[in-house]
Design a protein around this ligand. Structure first.
Ligand SMILES: [Zn+2]
Length: 458
């Protein structure tokens, strides 16, 4: 049993009015909650003892009573009691009268603000305590800042999505317009995937968050799902177990092989469609500009647009490759997804652009692994990382050490970097990446002599 989460984003449309977007004044309304957050942050930091108060906690599951830190809900009630004017409780602490400082502040927003702040203040106090006990001079934790992405609890937002006319999709938010709190319509960049993801069975939606960034604003819907999957150790005993192994490379981004009963049942190659070469051209330009400009100024970032372009390409590519891996897993319910543990590489040799390119390619591998694991877990497939030792050097058929070679003008040229693999013992020849992928299965089951015995299985 486990939990998995994902975010479904809905962008607010701040393009020009003529293109159906909101007017830009509406954007400012969204950034008003920081002042309230500042208020409560100061309030909690002035009462640090309450934050770390130990009280008796009754466990919900077992009903047993033990001592623990005061819960956020109790703190919230306590803070409201201290700062809010009500009919039964007309005089809150004189210095901390929230009702006077922020008249008509909607309750829902206030609660979301207080909860945000409790987490922040607690985190700050813990790191401060750690720093004080460590006795170090450096690294004093800074006072937490008030800005955060507000959580939109029910009562502060309504969705009005019109599927027929996408131009008419609005989101209603309760915001402060410098005079009063009122409901304001924000047009959204609605897309058909949004509804599909929200309505997918098994996913529970939590309160959405409003994420304001420099260029855009979006509502993030956090969804969670409970997953039931077998443990790897249990699955390994199953004789009919299907394993899906992935070998990540540069030109063939992923080579996916499916094995059952010691036979490879399916193979899928995910090519990079020239991404490596494309990225190399950009990095050449970056390297040249850096060389021309001399030593970089500390704290400044150069070639931002080029890097952003590369980053976006990677993001896209990683998602697509991960999706391809999960698509294969979907065909075999109850399978186990096997990855190689990532090798730590330190690119050496070649030009600066080449080294940069190697580095980026390795980062992409990490991204693909991470995304594929998350996406696979969401459909109940557990993944495991195995020792990468020797997977690309030994023969997947007989386990002897083989050689890499390639054909150039009809001539066989042996050497590392060749994209084909040949075994001198059993004369097996195949694509080197396919051989590596098949070896990942062997590594998982630890079938060959060259695999270290003392390996920790996942
Ligand atoms: Zn062989």
């Amino acid at each position: 049993m486990g939990q998995t989460t994902r975010t479904t984003k809905l962008l607010l449309d701040f393009s020009g009015r003529s293109q159906g977007g909101a007017n830009l004044g509406k954007r400012e309304h969204l950034a008003i909650l920081n002042a309230a957050r500042r208020f409560y942050l100061d309030f909690f930091l002035a009462h640090p003892d309450k934050l770390t108060e130990r009280v008796e906690v009754i466990s919900k599951k077992t009903g047993e009573v033990r001592e623990g830190v005061i819960s956020a809900d109790h703190l919230l009630t306590w803070a409201e009691f201290q700062t809010i004017e009500t009919a039964e409780h007309p005089d809150p602490l004189p210095d901390w009268n929230f009702s006077k400082a922020f008249p008509d502040f909607p309750n829902r927003y206030r609660r979301s603000v207080i909860k945000d702040v409790i987490g922040k203040a607690r985190g700050y106090l813990t790191t401060l305590l750690k720093w004080q006990s460590s006795g170090k001079k450096k690294g004093k934790p800074g006072i937490p800042t008030a800005s955060n992405h507000p959580t939109l609890y029910a009562g502060t937002l309504t969705l009005e999505l019109d599927e027929l006319d996408m131009r008419k999709s609005f989101i209603r938010l309760k915001v402060y317009t410098r005079q009063a709190w009122m409901w304001v319509h924000y047009p959204t960049c609605y897309n058909r995937y949004f509804d599909r993801r929200r309505a997918e069975p098994g996913w529970e939606t939590a309160s959405p968050k409003l994420i304001l960034s420099k260029q855009s604003a979006a509502i993030h819907f956090l969804q969670s799902k409970t997953i039931t999957a077998k443990k790897i150790v249990e699955s390994k005993r199953d004789p009919d177990l299907v394993t899906v192994a992935v070998d990540l490379n540069v030109k063939q981004l992923a080579v996916i092989t499916v094995r059952q009963h010691r036979l490879i049942k399916e193979t899928r190659f995910v090519p990079d469609h020239g991404l490596d070469q494309h990225r190399y051209q950009h990095l050449k330009r970056v390297a040249k500009k850096q060389w021309q400009a001399g030593k970089a100024v500390k704290g400044e970032c150069s070639n931002q647009q080029l890097w952003a372009h590369v980053r976006r390409q990677h993001e896209d590519c990683a998602h697509k490759t991960a999706r391809a891996i999960v698509e294969v897993c979907e065909k075999y319910p109850g399978c186990v997804l096997v990855f190689e543990r990532l090798r730590k590489i330190k690119p050496t040799g070649g030009s600066k652009s080449r080294r940069l390119n190697r580095k980026k390619a390795n980062q992409l591998k990490g991204k693909i692994t991470q995304l594929a694991k998350e996406k696979a877990y969401a459909i109940g497939v557990v993944s495991v990382e195995v020792n990468p030792h020797g997977t690309s050097q030994y023969c997947a058929r007989c386990g002897c050490k083989g050689v890499r070679f390639t054909y150039q003008a009809g001539q066989r040229v042996t050497g590392t970097g060749g994209k084909l693999f040949s075994c001198p013992a059993c004369h097996y020849e195949c694509h080197a990446d396919f051989n590596a992928s098949a070896n990942v299965h062997h590594s998982f089951f630890r079938e060959f002599h060259w695999q270290p015995r003392a390996q920790k299985s996942g």
